[in-house]
Design a protein around this ligand. Structure first.
Ligand code: HEM
Length: 542
């Protein structure tokens, strides 16, 4: 049997598998379901779907997508034969960084491919190839097709206009970045409120769950800027957002399995998705109504500009066809989706590192104290907190990136300068984790060196280049290129404000001395912070 599979060319084997797959109508973009069911945020309405999806993946491991049929002149990691490639796919799915790291080490500067249950994933390595991905046009290598159209099935979960006119993204790219200076006070207010609610005013140490604290802080600080004070303090709206990423991702996975003509119907039948959107509309509706009433008071064209948030932006920019509660809520929830979970993971990681790296605290604290006016944190002050920035950047270098980043759908055959051609229809990415742990980029890469980025800036007198929000081929937490994360300036502001507040107000230590909570690896996604560990806080001066 083994011998036979070795003799059949891999394309033919994969074609056979693909035909089988089409018959049973399942593809392994179900892989994220495995992650969903184990990601800690469990919603009883979607859990059965998630578990079914996971089980199906395991039962029907023989799966391959149409993207497999290209002529393969790219080295493989994980096996060329059919059985080998399934073993490789399982290793990748359930295992570790090993397959990607092996490819990265063997083929540095080139592309390689690894078997996934859904087909080959092409990974590119080295600064030259990363630069070529960065410089490629969206019509050549599309990040939005990979991240939104395919992964989230946005034509169905939102609408076909969602990507044709992504005016909700523009809010993050323009208004949010421009107004960050005046919005720091709101961010600080939310952060201080969350901590004050969680930590009683005693002289004792209080244990806070790292993940729960990260979620609360991420939700409050972003929601305040997106929809205002009322919803950001509403626990039901938070609970909705806690399960929203799983709900949307699970709906997208199911829709992706359905033949194209059936997708609109399938979307309508997904009651857990429909119900979640209806619940979101119930929350957003009253605030929207209030805004529209104010708009009438100010005059037909004018919105109350004291509320320069996403909701006002959407009211202003939505075309006539989208001036409905449903369309506006969907755009809003799309931004919650990209903002909430990655930020909550990052906050948790940074809190774990602050507690674990307590030797940095005196120096960080004196930097912060020198740049705040009493307890007032300003954007100008944050911009000069270079050591704090370096500390956060180091935390996310070690703990903030997925194994595979910079996903791009190949829209037309793409040829790299070394002659490697990736045919249209495939997906490529870069090895985020390996880049951040590469000795060529970072001496002693496994060591947490909180001021390594600060020292580079000092040595080269380049204050901006080495900051957290700057993009480069050796720091891909926020991706690269024209569709790199536009929220990164907000992320930097929130993380630094949070740390500055903590340093000014609390002493911090690990729950178990000397033991930094370990990351948990889940499928091909990011290393997520330890889900149940805690951090100890005590009011300063106690
Ligand atoms: C630590 C937290 C965050 C991380 C690690 C992160 C990371 C990323 C990454 C890797 C991408 C894809 C970039 C690429 O493919 O090259 C992305 C896209 C995006 N992110 Fe973030 N993000 C974070 C927080 C946020 C926040 C808070 C917001 C909004 C308030 C946001 C808004 C977006 C948007 C709108 C896109 C799509 C950009 C486009 O397609 O043009 N992100 N993010």
């Amino acid at each position: 049997m083994m011998r036979k599979s070795e003799q059949i060319p891999v394309e033919s084997q994969l074609r056979m598998v693909q035909q089988f797959t089409e018959k049973i109508a399942i593809d392994t973009s179900l892989i994220p379901a495995l992650w969903l069911s184990s990601n800690g945020v469990e919603d009883t309405r979607i859990l059965p779907f998630t578990l079914c999806a996971s089980t199906l993946v395991q039962l029907v491991s023989l799966s391959a997508s149409s993207s497999l049929s290209f002529s393969l002149n790219i080295p493989t990691i994980g096996g060329e034969g059919l059985l080998d490639s399934y073993v490789g796919a399982y290793k990748f799915l359930f295992g570790t960084r090993d397959l990607i790291q092996e490819g990265y080490d063997k083929h540095y500067g080139k592309a390689f491919r690894i078997p996934m249950l859904s087909g080959w994933l092409v990974l590119v390595t080295g600064p030259r190839m990363i630069e070529e991905v960065r410089a490629a046009s969206e019509s050549g290598l599309s990040s939005r097709a990979a991240l939104f159209k395919e992964s989230l099935q946005t034509d169905y979960t939102f609408s076909p206009e969602y990507l044709l006119d992504p005016y909700h993204f523009q809010f993050v790219q323009t208004s949010l970045v421009r107004d960050l200076g005046v919005r720091i006070a709101e961010i600080k207010d939310e952060i201080a409120t969350v901590f004050a609610e969680l930590i009683p005013p005693t002289n004792d140490w209080t244990r806070l769950g790292g993940c729960l604290t990260g979620q609360q802080l991420a939700f409050s600080s972003t929601t305040r800027l997106l929809v205002g004070l009322r919803l950001c303090r509403d626990p039901e709206y938070k609970a909705l957002n806690d399960h929203w990423p799983d709900t949307l991702a699970t709906a997208a996975i199911i829709i992706s399995q359905v033949p194209k003509v059936m997708k609109p119907l399938a979307t309508r039948l997904l009651f857990f998705y429909r119900d979640t959107l209806a619940e979101a509309m119930k929350h957003v509706g009253p605030t929207l109504k209030e805004r529209l009433e104010k708009q009438k008071q100010f005059g037909e064209e004018e919105l109350d500009t004291s509320q320069d948030d996403l909701l006002n932006w959407l009211l202003e920019k939505a075309p006539a066809s989208e001036k409905s509660l449903e369309a506006i809520t969907k755009r809003l929830m799309a931004i919650h989706f990209v903002a909430y979970r990655p930020l909550s993971l990052a906050i948790t990681q940074v809190l774990y590192d602050l507690a674990a790296q307590s030797s940095y605290i005196p120096e960080l604290r004196s930097e912060v104290e020198a740049l705040v006016d009493g307890q007032v944190i300003t954007k100008a002050g944050l911009d000069k907190m270079y050591k704090l920035d370096s500390f956060v950047k180091e935390s996310l270098r070690l703990h903030g990136s997925a194994k595979v980043t910079m996903s791009r759908k190949v829209m037309k055959d793409f040829t790299f300068s070394d002659g490697t051609t990736i045919p249209a229809g495939n997906t490529l990415g870069a090895c985020g984790f390996s880049i951040h742990h590469d000795e060529r980029n970072y001496p002693n890469p496994e060591e947490f060196d909180g001021f390594r980025h600060f020292r580079k800036h000092e040595a080269e007198n380049e204050p901006v280049r080495y900051q957290l929000a700057s993009l480069s081929a050796d720091y891909v937490v926020f991706g690269v290129g024209r569709h790199a994360c536009p929220g990164r300036f907000l992320v930097a502001a929130i993380l630094k404000t949070m740390l500055a507040h903590v340093l000014l107000t609390y002493d911090v230590k690990l729950e178990t001395e000397g033991v930094r909570p370990l990351d948990e690896w889940q499928g091909m996604l990011a290393a997520v912070p330890h889900q149940t560990a805690g951090v100890m806080f005590r009011r300063r001066g106690s």
